[in-house]
Write a protein that binds this ligand. Structure first.
Ligand code: ZN
Length: 236
């Protein structure tokens, strides 16, 4: 199991961990973590680190320090106690928030199936997600919403598998995003598979079955430049 447990098990809500470093700014480094760090348009997780004495350290976010995708810094909220290096803690996610992010994130994969156009940007929050497509003409929002909800209700399983960087380079058609590069450089890349309808490299967190996303509604489709359309998805 990797140090980034959320990549293997996005449903892990708590995890025994050990502090390996505390930065001068108070960022906490752990030997392993369930906190997803901000990247690829998905915000970092929030939650808390529980100490053996019952105290806890509220965590307001998680980031990759200086963009280093091999490391994660846990950022305490203001006025939190600072742990000792070597201290054993229990990491606990704000699961309600994370699960919403997983549902919206997975919904955006389905949106890329309904609208199979090059992607120029994407972002996920607790109540909505949006994707910018390289798409000169606006699609019919009602039809997009109908197809999207049909894919949710079809109950497609979501799974992941790993390939090498070289295998991904040999199959550039897997990459849907034009400017969010897949997390390469660590020798292997995770692919996320949704039934037999979608397969793409992604480092985010996903639900295990599309039915878990629940009903969705589409916002208005916005024009963002001559050949760009922004499509926003909400929980219905
Ligand atoms: Zn994803």
């Amino acid at each position: 199991m990797s140090a980034f447990v959320f990549r293997e098990d996005s449903y892990a809500r708590t995890l025994p961990v050990t502090v390996t470093a505390v930065t001068p700014e108070g960022g906490i480094v752990l030997d392993r973590t369930i906190f997803y760090a901000t990247s690829g348009g998905q915000p970092g997780d929030t939650g808390r680190l529980e100490r053996a004495n019952g105290q806890f350290i509220a965590i307001a976010g998680a980031v990759h320090p200086d963009g280093d995708k091999t490391a994660i810094l846990h950022l305490p909220a203001t006025d939190q106690p600072q742990p000792e290096v070597g201290e054993a803690l229990t990491a606990v996610l704000d699961w309600e928030r994370r699960h919403k992010l997983m549902r919206i994130h997975t919904a955006l994969h389905l949106l890329s199936v309904v609208l199979p156009y090059p992607i120029t940007g994407a972002s996920v929050s607790e109540d909505k997600g949006r994707v910018d497509f390289n798409l000169p003409d606006s699609p019919d929002p009602a039809e997009v919403e109908r197809q999207l909800n049909a894919l949710v209700e079809a109950g497609h399983p979501v799974s992941s598998e790993w390939i090498t960087d070289a295998e991904l380079e040999a199959n550039p058609g897997l990459i849907k995003s034009m400017n969010v590069k897949p997390p390469m450089g660590q020798g292997r890349v995770r692919l996320v598979r949704i039934g037999d309808i979608d397969l793409q490299p992604c480092g985010g967190t996903h639900v295990a079955n599309t039915r878990e996303i629940g009903p969705l509604k589409l916002g208005k489709i916005e024009k963002k430049g001559a050949i760009n359309r922004r499509v926003t998805v909400f929980f219905a």
